[in-house]
Every structure is written in C-alpha cells, then in structure tokens.
Design a protein around this ligand. Sequence first.
Ligand code: DP6
Length: 361
Amino acid sequence: MDFEQFKFLKTNQLPQKIELKSTSPSNIALVKYWGKADIQIPKNTSISFTLSNCYTATQLQLVAKTKVEEKTQIKVELDGVSTPSFHPKIEKFLKLIEEYCPYVNHYHFSIQTQNTFPHSSGIASSASGMSALAMCLMQLEKKIDPEVSHDFILKKASFLARLGSGSASRSIQGKLMLWGKHAQVNESSDLYAIALKQDLHPIFKDYQDSILLVDKGQKKVSSTLGHSLMNGHPFAEKRFEQAQHNCSDLLEILKSGNLEAFMTLVESEALTLHAMMMSSRPYFMLMTTNTLAVLNAIWEFRKTTRIPVCFTLDAGANVHLLYPKQHQKNVVHFIDQSLKQYCENQQVIHDEVGKGAEIIE
Ligand code: DP6
C-alpha cells in the first residue's frame, strides 16, 4: 500500500501560532464496516450516505512549543465545556499521524468543538469529530504549502480521519462514499474513502434520513470492542464476503434507482450487523423493544402505503429511516403519529444527504 504519498516532507517555516476551522458531518453506512485489522484497515468495503444537518464544527488553535521535546499540551472544549475525557483519544490520534504530519510535534493543541446534534444522543460523534480535526490539519498543510491540490487535501483528510475512527474516513466528501478496496472500483483503497460520483440515480441525490432517538444512552459496546468481536467470530469470513457482494449490488442499485432492491439490501445489512453482535462471544443485544416496535411499524406502513421507506441501524438502538425526498411529508406525518412515541423524549432528527467536510477560511 502506498503510504509514502501521505508523508508531509516540506521543510517550509511553520507558523508560530495559528487558528484553523472546519466543519464535518456524520455519515450513515448502508453497507456496514464491522471488523478491522491493524492499523485501521477494514475487513470489508463499506458504503455510506454523508449527512448534512448532523455535523461537528471544530476550531483548532496551535501554539508552537519552545522545544519539540516538550510534552504536548492538549485542551479540548466541547460546547464550551472543558472535556479532559477526550485527551487520550486525541493523544492516540496524534501518535498515529505523526509519521504523516511531523509538524504536529511542534505544537500545543487547543481544540474547541461543537456538535449540532445533542451530545450523548447515541449518534456517533467520532466520525464527524475526527474528520473535522483531520480537515483542520489539512488547512494547515495548505497554509504551509499553498501548491497542494484540493484532491490531495480531501484524500489525505480521509486518510488521517480513518486513523482517528474508521467511519470518519467516509465523512470528508458526499454524497455517497466508499471505503475499502473493492475489485470493481479501481480507485478504491483501504487507506481512505472516495466519493461515488458517477452515474448516481437522481433519486439518491436528496435522500432523507430521519433519525429516531430510541435510546440516547452511552454506547453499550465501544467500537474498539465491537470490531474486535469479529476476530475469531465463527461467521466472520462469510460476512466479509457478503459485504463485498452487497457493495457490488449496491453500486448497481445506486445507478438504476431500484428502490425495492435498495431497501432489501440496506435492511439486511443493518440486521446482519446486529446478528453478528448477537452471535459473538461475548454476545450483545443492542436493539430494545422500542427498536423492534419501530421496525415492525415501518414494515406495516410500507406494506399498506407502498411508500419506499426503509431503516438502517448503527451499533445501537436508534433507527435511521431512509426515504426519497418526494415522500417527506407522508413519512414525517407517519413518524409524528406512530413512531415518536418510541423515542426518548419523542426526539427525532431530520437529516438528508450532504456534501461533506469544509475548511472555513
Ligand atoms: C456500526 O468507525 O466507530 O457504525 O474505527 O473503531 O472508530 P472505529 O469504529 P467506528 O465503527 C463504525 C461501525 C458502524 C458501521 C459503519 O459506520 O460502517
């Protein structure tokens, strides 16, 4: 694998003090990433919708150390509140990327970050958070070396974000992202995600995602533990093969706009992810009775109205309802009437596919 291209080799003068800003959205996987090898190499290809309203805005302040050997000071504020519990994750991230971004060792870090979605809503903030931080670092690289191309900025941002959190690699661009080597997609890579731009059926260009906050509690299975459950899992190899096939099928569906096939594939992926967790050792059940009530209600609604709405799930109890924009009114009405009752504090976040991360100048 070509890691060399990501090494920052310029010896230009580094700024003494600089403030960098970016925003980056969350994303929702259609074909799931579940299982990885070192370091952050996915066991199968995944495909996701980039979201729009659920995003992280990050300001990164870098102040040069007097000596490189000085211990790096890290400050993190989430919504204006000092959050030292994030420090270990940031320290680990900086260690992982120093080979590619040696300049990080010259600075003390002060990070201010805000999420548009409620904290501990069960929506993973690692994808938007790590990709926003990666974009800030690429803004710095651009300032040090103005010649760097936009394409390279996006590619390396995804590469760095991946080292922070695998799914974060898929938040850099939109509207559909593919991460992990796939035999049918020449430019695909395990090291970064790419945007699926060609031949996208118009129906997917403004697809809706309404997120039902069924359980806003802390994640019951951390992603580190979750992925490790696939090591030695009796069905792992079959699952990884299946994901490759599902990616092939989904690539076709994204061109044809065949919504029946789309819904079957996406729901099967979500249930398979949960089936993997239920059949691992230790085993986990992350759906609650309310999750099941929502799934049954969606199936019933689809049967009676023939409106093409389907669901997907992350590693938790929340449900994402996916549907074409033209059905927004009916689906929102259905959510208000029949599904909100299963959500904590009746909370629902309406989102749609978006265009990815941005550097704020
Ligand atoms: C179920 O990206 O959170 O959401 O690489 O350990 O940070 P790490 O894992 P993470 O895993 C996401 C798993 C998932 C499926 C997906 O987004 O593809």
